[in-house]
Every structure is written in C-alpha cells, then in structure tokens.
Design a protein around this ligand. Structure first.
Ligand code: MRU
Length: 351
C-alpha cells in the first residue's frame, strides 16, 4: 500500500506512530483530521506531509455543500490556514498548499461542482507526481552506489516519508533493484526513532541488508571504514544549497567531511525554497517529553529542562551533491538554475 492514498470515501494514511509494531490505517474524512495527523506525526516526512495537506484541501472542497464558488473559496482559505500551521519547517507542505491555492484561484469562475473536481484532481496529481519524482531521484542517485559500499542514512527518507519509493531510501531501493550489493547503515534517530522504527522496517521488508546503529556510533563506523557514502533526505534546501534536515544531520555531515566521505542529499525540487536563506529558516521545536521519554517510558528525572529542535541546518560547503529528479547537482550550488517560472508559479524544469 502507499503511505497516503485518495479514495472515494476519504484519505487513507499509514499511522507511522504505531510502526513497526502495528500497521494501522487511518481514514481521514475531513481536513481537520489530516491536520491532526500531520501534527501528531501519524503522517511525516516532507513530501508526505505536502501530499497529505493537498488532500486535506481536496477533502475540504469535497465536503462543501455551499452553493456559490465564493463560499467554497472561503472554506478552502480556512483549510489552507489551518494546514499551514501544522508544522513549520518542511518546504513541501507550503509548496503543496500554494499549488492547491493557485488551482482554486485560477478555476474561480467555474461552477462549484467543476471547481471541486479540479481541486480533487490536483491533489491526486501531486501524489502521482511524487511517485514519479521519487523514482527519478532513485534512478539518478543509484549511479552513485557501487558494489561493496557502506551507505549511511539518517532518519527516514523512505516510502513512508513520501507516497512510495522514497528519496534517500529511494536511491537505495533503486540501487538494490539494479542488483547492486551494499550495506545500509541506519541511525536510530532520537528522539522519535524514525530510523529504528521506520527505516529499519522498510529495509527489512525490502530484504536490503542493513545495520542499525545508535546516533552516537556514527563517528565509529566512519573511522572503521564501514561507511563510504552518506545519503540523507531534506525538509528544505535553500537556493545556494544549505540543507535543513532531521536533527543530527549536520553532525553527520561534519564528521563525513573530517573522514573524507561524500555526503549526498536526495530531494525533489519541491523541497527547494529559492526565497529562503539560512537565517529565515524556522526550526520546529517539539515537546520536551520527546527527549525525557522514549516511547512513553521516562528516562530523565522529573523537571529536567531540555532542548528539542526537530531539524538542523547543514551548510552548503559540507554537501557533496544534491540528487534531484532532474539529475545530480554538483557544488557550487545555485539551484535557481533548475527552475523556470511557469504560468502557475514555480514550475520546472530547465537544465
Ligand atoms: O520530523 P520528520 O520525521 O517529519 O522529519 C523527516 C526528515 O527529516 C526527513 O529526513 C525528510 O523529511 C526527508 S523525507 C523524504
């Protein structure tokens, strides 16, 4: 099954908080349920939350019994505002919501029934494109993987973080499909253990050889030469190639540079925000209990003060290449060259 699917009776998502112990499916009938799913991280990962938000807008449109297009647009604006507030960092969420908004504005002269149809179809297109884009990222990145490699990844940038296939794990999947023999080193990724719970789950199901390590073992595996490539996903990439990704990514990139190991980032163009510089990035700060507890079990004394940033920023000079659906981009980065301005906002593809 896909991580997220549009069906006639609602949006179906895999509950990622229950994995790997249980595979539970949540059916969302209203946009508010989608918003809650993103906040609770039942659906997570930058591309997946973009698709979920787009489908949230489609649910808002579909559930609308209003007579005029103007009323419908007001309802859609409410859904848009609500969904924008769910998580602050991942670019794909805002990209997908802006795209949905452009759709209903450009179709505003249509009959309400026709407008709803256009909105639902746009959300489905965003999901379908994600599948194709991840496949292309996988193909492009697989060229970097060779027999005998040790490939380290962080967090979960797999099928679960997208609609299917994945970005960083999409590269790994494609390389495995091509018959290459290599081992994946997956960090557990505290505090929420996306590596241990989700990446390990995906790799195990695919039969791709992997080792799980705790986050503090990264330097060790590099010094032991078990790892010779790093591939991670991204939540936002700035115009000049600075990478916002799961907390801990920056430390891995710095260690990789120290050991002379290439550090690649795999992400769709929808993750790139040409308008943002490092200082404009909003890093989500999450609940202290994620740090003081592990899966509901308290591990620190009562009243312990913590920091809990969900993401960090890896500066462009540590990034060896950015794997996108249009190819692998080498430094120095000016990612604006990958875009052209289309009729409905930023579109792709140039070179
Ligand atoms: O907080 P999360 O689990 O949503 O963070 C996810 C990540 O940091 C992923 O690495 C990123 O979204 C890339 S997913 C293809």
């Amino acid at each position: 099954m896909r991580t997220i699917e549009w069906k006639e009776d609602g949006v179906y998502i895999i509950d990622q908080t229950a994995l790997p112990d249980e595979v539970n499916i949540i059916r969302c009938e209203e946009y508010e349920r989608i918003a809650k799913a993103i906040e609770r991280m039942e659906v997570r990962g930058a591309p997946a939350i973009g698709v979920a938000a787009a489908m949230g807008i489609a649910l808002a449109a579909k559930g609308c019994t209003l007579a005029s297009c103007e009323d419908l647009q007001n309802k859609l604006e409410d859904a848009y505002e609500r969904l924008r507030k769910t998580r602050p960092t991942a670019r794909n969420l805002f990209w997908a919501l802006e795209r949905m908004r452009r759709t209903w504005i450009s179709a505003s002269s249509s009959e309400p029934k026709e407008l709803v149809k256009r909105i639902v179809s746009e959300a489905i297109s965003i999901a379908e494109e994600d599948v194709a884009v991840c496949r292309a990222i996988g193909r492009n990145g697989a060229e970097l993987i060779e027999d005998g490699d040790g490939v380290l990844t962080h967090c979960n940038a797999g099928a679960l973080a997208c609609v299917e296939h994945g970005t960083a794990l999409g590269v790994v999947r494609s390389a495995a499909e091509e018959g290459k023999n290599f081992i994946v080193y997956a960090t557990e990724t505290r505090p929420l253990l996306q590596g241990a719970r989700l990446t390990a789950f995906e790799l195990k199901n695919e039969g791709i050889p992997f080792r799980l390590l705790t986050d503090n073992m990264v330097g060790y595996v590099m010094r032991q030469r078990l790892v010779n490539k790093i591939i991670v996903g991204a939540d936002l990439i700035t115009r000049y190639g600075d990478v916002v990704n799961k907390i801990g990514t920056y430390g891995i990139a710095a260690l990789a540079r120290h050991h002379g190991i290439p550090f690649y980032v795999a992400a769709p163009l929808s993750t790139i925000d040409l308008a943002k510089n490092i200082e404009d990035v909003i890093i989500e700060e999450r609940s202290p209990t994620e740090v003081t507890c592990i899966r509901g079990i308290k591990i620190a004394p009562d009243g312990t003060k913590v920091i809990n940033p969900a993401f960090d920023i890896t500066p462009r000079e540590l990034v060896s290449g950015i794997i996108t659906e249009v190819g692998v981009v080498d430094p120095p980065y000016d990612l604006s060259l990958l875009f052209r301005q289309g009729g409905n906002g930023i579109d792709r593809v140039v070179s």
